[in-house]
Ligand binder design. Structure first.
Ligand SMILES: *Cc1c(COP(=O)(O)O)cnc(C)c1O
Length: 349
């Protein structure tokens, strides 16, 4: 009866995405697309042919090859994960020791801070200003002045929707004495990926995910891309069967369908641009709409909380982050309903 939890667990609460019954979910940056019937047939056939009694391939070679084929990179430099979330956890734990320092920006993806806390790292936070832009020089200086071992950042950034140039990112990687986790979860919606150059960097692991452009959030599939040395450490540090066979079979099927993947990208970018343009043209009072390189739009408004609550009454769930609303680009119908509800709400509050 004298078991005590370690200190680090005492303040933790379970991650709780928006729950409840909403007809329109624009809160989690998921894709609004699902595969058409002919592709769903291939997906079913692939899933059905999985030998359920057999462990998966620890290397996940088939899905790594399909991913590498799509992006034109060497599959030997790719490691698959149970979502990129799992890979963040593996990297944070494998490449650091208790008491070392991790740095991340604020705001940025909340999982960086979560896994750093669990690994008992000291954290150094680089706060973004009102414009939410990132200064590469400030990042480099903070990381080096504070003897940071691990730097985590998303580019383009969730939740700011902003993009840092590949020149700035490369300068950060080359100038810091830390391992850089470069999370390109949304880079399919922008156009300055370093994915083809990862073999050049001794201190950078890139993360990509199938949860956004390809619309596979349900099956949990993400990838780490890095040079040979980092890849071999990652392969040794991950759990052996981290990607299940059903996920691998479905992921391989979709990643091998270049036309479908390209179609997803084009449709989501089209929806994002439309949502952004229409939001701007509403000219709502006190709204600052950030330019976007992702599949969502970020709005700064003093009334974020009220609008969030009112949208829920219209059956629409978005994400409310302090004085910001983060709205995922949806189908035409979803975007139209969102825009019309927003117009009504802002006319009455
Ligand atoms: C959505 C997202 C991910 C994806 O995580 P998965 O675990 O692959 O679903 C990773 N990083 C960022 C910044 C994200 O927004």
């Amino acid at each position: 009866m004298n078991y005590e939890f370690p200190e680090k667990l005492k303040s933790l609460v379970p991650y709780s995405p928006g729950s409840g019954d909403y007809s329109i979910r624009l809160d989690a940056n998921e894709s609004f697309l699902t595969p058409p019937a002919d592709i769903m047939e291939k997906v079913s056939a692939a899933a059905m042919s999985v030998p359920l009694n057999r462990y998966p391939d620890p290397r996940s070679a088939a899905v790594c090859a399909a991913f590498a084929g799509y992006y034109g990179i060497n599959p030997d430099n790719v490691v698959a994960g149970n979502g990129s979330d799992e890979l963040i956890s593996v990297i944070v734990n494998a490449f650091t020791e208790k008491g070392q320092r991790a740095a991340f920006l604020e705001p940025d993806f909340s999982m960086y801070s979560f896994y750093s806390h669990l690994a008992e790292l000291d954290t150094v936070i680089i706060r973004k200003g009102d414009d939410l832009e990132v200064s590469a020089d400030e990042v480099i200086k903070t990381v080096n002045d504070n003897n940071v071992s691990l730097l985590l950042l998303s580019n383009p950034c969730n939740p700011t929707s902003l993009l840092l140039s590949s020149e700035d990112i490369e300068r950060i990687i080359r100038s810091v004495g830390a391992l850089v986790v470069l999370d390109e979860a949304y880079m399919d919606f922008a156009d300055c990926s370093l994915i083809q150059r990862m073999a050049e960097f001794d201190n950078c692991i890139m993360l990509r995910t199938c949860s956004k452009m390809i619309g596979l959030a349900a099956i949990r599939l993400g990838f780490a891309i890095s040079n040979d040395r980092l890849t071999s450490v990652l392969l040794s540090a991950k759990s052996p069967y981290n990607v299940n066979r059903v996920t691998e079979a479905i992921g391989t099927t979709l990643l091998s369908d270049r036309d479908y993947v390209n179609h997803c990208r084009e449709e989501i970018i089209r929806s994002r641009d439309l949502l952004f343009d229409e939001l701007r043209s509403l000219k709502l009072d006190g709204f600052h709409i950030y330019k976007t390189s992702v599949n969502f739009v970020l709005i700064k408004t003093d009334k974020a909380n009220e609008i969030f609550e009112e949208l829920k009454k219209h059956g629409i769930l978005v994400r409310c982050l302090g004085g910001y609303l983060r709205i995922t680009a949806g189908s035409n119908d979803e975007n139209e309903k969102l825009l019309s509800a927003l117009k009504d709400i802002c006319n009455t509050i």
